[in-house]
Design a protein around this ligand. Structure first.
Ligand code: ACO
Length: 445
C-alpha cells in the first residue's frame, strides 16, 4: 500500500518525504498516508488516492469560496492580512505610493522589476501611443442607451476589442501577448472616459499624448472648448496614488476570474472582460459605489448608532468594511484616507459625507461586534469620497477601479499563461441531486 501510495503521490506531483509531511489516517479503512507539505500547503490531488474501495473516486477537498485553497504560485503580490502588509514584487505599497507613478507600477507588475530610465521612457511612450481606439469601437459605444451603466459599457466594449485584434489569440506568440498587455492598459482610460461622456451626452474627447496617464484621463473626462487641457497637478497626483493602490491585489474575485477564464486559452481581451464582470459586483469593485449610497442613507452623524444597530441585527451590511484577507486595517485605506483632505481642498468641494464616514469608522472601531470579527475599513471606504470630490458620478466608481486593476489582471494573466503547471480551471462538485430517474412523459406528470 505504501508503494502504491508513493506512486500515486508521484503521479499527482507530490512525494511524501517524512518530516515535511502530514500523516493522515483514514478511519474508514484504517489506512495511513503520508502527504507532502510544501510552502505550508498540501496538494488536494494527494488525497485522491485515499479510497474505501478500488472503484471509489477518491477523497476530494471541499472549499466553496476558495477560502483556504491556493490556486496558483505567484510572485506578483504579497499580502499579510493579519499584519496589514501589501507588497508588489517585494516593494511596499507605502513606498510605491510615495515615490512611484501608476505606469511605473504597471511596468513593475508586468515585467517583475522596476524599469531603468530608458525602459520606463519606452514603456510610457508605447502606452501613450496606443490610447486611441478604432472609430468603430467609439461608434458601437454610441449605440448604448443614454443612461447605460458605464461598467456594462466597459465590460462589453473590452470583450468587443477581441474582434479588433484577432492576433491576440496566438497566446504562444510573445509579441502578441506583449501588444495585448500594452493595448489594454493604454485603451482602458479611453473607453472609461468615452462611457462617462456618453452618459452626459457630451462628445468624446480624444487622448492627448502630451499629458501623463492620469492627466490624459482627466482631460478626456473634463475637456470642453479649451485648446489644451491642463490638469490640476494635485488631482493628477491623487489619481496616480489611487491607481497605484488599486493596481493589483493577488487572487481576488476578478483576478481569479481572469485566470480561470484565461486558462481556457481564450484571448486576453475576453479574459479581462471576465475580470471586469466580476469587479462589477457590489461585494467586490462595486463596494465603493455602495459606500456612498450607504453614507447618503445614513444622512447625519446622529443616525450612525441606529444604522450600526441595523448592521448588528443583520438588516444592513457596513459597506467598505471587512475583507477576506485583511483582518487588520487595510493598508490601502490608510493611504487613501490621507489623500481625502488634499483632494477636497484642491476641488474646494466640502463633503458632509466625509464627517459621517469618519464618525462611522470611529463608532465601528469602538464596537466589539466589529473588532471581534476583525472588521476594519477596506480600500473602498474612502475612495468613493475622492471620486465624488473629482465630480465623478457614483456609477463610474467601479470603472475607476477597473482602469488600474487592468495592469494587475494582465500581469497575473501573463504569469498564468507562462506557468507550466497551468491547466484549464475546472473545479469538482459534490453532487446532491437525484439519480437514474425514469423519464416521465408530459401527459403523466
Ligand atoms: N458588515 C457587517 N458584517 C460583516 C461585514 C460587513 N461589511 N463583513 C463581514 N461581516 C461579518 C459577517 O456577517 C460574519 O459574521 P458572523 O461570523 O457573525 O456570521 C463575519 O463578519 C465574517 O465575515 P465573512 O462574511 O465570513 O467574510 P468574507 O471574507 O466572506 O467576506 C467581504 C468579505 C465580502 C469583503 C465582506 O466583508 C463584505 O461583504 N464587506 C462589505 C463589502 C465590501 O466592502 N467589499 C469590498 C471588499 S474590498 C474589494 O473588493 C476591493
Amino acid at each position: 500500500m505504501a508503494d502504491e501510495q508513493a506512486e500515486a503521490a508521484e503521479d499527482q506531483g507530490g512525494v511524501a518525504t517524512g518530516k515535511g509531511s502530514l500523516t493522515v489516517t483514514d478511519n474508514r479503512t484504517g489506512e495511513t498516508y503520508e502527504v507532502e507539505i510544501n510552502d505550508g500547503t498540501v496538494r488536494a490531488m494527494d488525497f485522491r488516492g485515499m479510497k474505501v474501495t478500488d472503484d471509489d473516486f477518491g477523497l476530494m477537498t471541499y472549499d466553496p469560496a476558495f477560502t483556504n485553497t491556493a490556486s496558483c504560485r505567484s510572485s506578483i503580490t504579497y499580502i499579510d492580512g493579519e499584519a496589514g502588509v501589501l507588497e508588489h514584487r517585494g516593494y511596499s505599497i507605502e513606498q510605491l505610493c510615495e515615490q512611484s507613478t501608476f505606469l511605473e507600477v504597471a511596468y513593475l507588475l508586468v515585467h517583475g522589476e522596476l524599469p531603468g530610465k530608458a525602459g520606463l521612457d519606452c514603456w510610457t511612450h508605447v502606452i501613450t501611443h496606443h490610447t486611441y481606439v478604432h472609430e468603430n469601437i467609439k461608434k458601437s459605444m454610441e449605440g448604448f442607451r443614454y443612461d447605460a451603466h458605464p461598467m456594462a459599457m466597459l465590460l462589453s466594449t473590452v470583450g468587443a476589442l477581441s474582434s479588433f485584434y484577432p492576433g491576440a489569440k496566438k497566446l504562444e506568440d510573445e509579441t502578441e501577448r506583449y501588444m495585448a498587455v500594452v493595448r489594454l492598459i493604454a485603451k482602458m482610460p479611453t473607453l472609461a472616459a468615452f462611457a462617462y461622456r456618453h452618459n452626459l451626452g457630451l462628445p468624446s474627447v480624444y487622448p492627448d499624448n502630451d499629458l501623463s496617464y492620469p492627466g490624459n484621463f482627466l482631460s478626456m473626462l473634463y475637456r470642453m472648448t479649451e485648446v489644451s487641457y491642463e490638469p490640476d497637478p494635485r488631482l493628477e497626483r491623487a489619481l496616480e496614488v489611487l491607481w497605484i493602490l488599486h493596481a493589483d491585489h493577488e487572487q481576488n474575485c476578478s483576478t481569479a476570474a481572469v485566470r480561470a477564464v484565461g486558462s481556457s486559452q481564450v484571448d486576453p481581451y475576453s479574459a479581462v472582460a471576465a475580470g471586469i464582470a466580476a469587479l462589477y459586483g457590489p461585494l467586490h469593485g462595486g463596494a465603493n459605489e455602495a459606500v456612498l449610497q450607504m453614507l447618503e442613507r445614513i444622512g447625519t452623524v446622529e443616525n450612525i448608532p441606529a444604522f450600526l444597530q441595523g448592521v448588528k441585527d443583520r438588516k444592513e451590511r457596513l459597506m467598505g468594511f471587512g475583507h477576506r484577507v485583511y483582518k487588520n486595517y487595510d493598508p490601502r485605506a490608510r493611504i487613501i484616507k490621507k489623500h481625502v483632505d488634499e483632494v477636497l481642498e484642491a476641488t474646494e468641494a466640502g463633503n458632509p459625507k466625509l464627517e459621517i464616514a469618519q464618525e462611522l469608522e470611529k463608532h465601528a472601531l469602538d464596537d466589539e461586534y466589529f473588532t471581534d470579527r476583525k472588521l476594519y475599513p477596506n480600500v473602498d471606504f474612502y475612495s468613493g469620497l475622492i471620486y465624488e470630490a473629482l465630480s465623478i458620478p457614483s456609477d463610474m466608481f467601479t470603472v475607476m477601479f477597473a482602469i488600474p486593476r487592468t495592469a494587475g489582471w494582465l500581469a497575473q494573466w501573463l504569469e498564468m499563461v507562462c506557468d507550466p503547471e497551468t491547466k484549464i480551471a475546472r473545479p469538482r462538485q459534490i453532487y446532491t441531486g437525484a439519480r437514474q430517474l425514469d423519464y416521465v412523459p408530459m401527459d403523466q406528470r
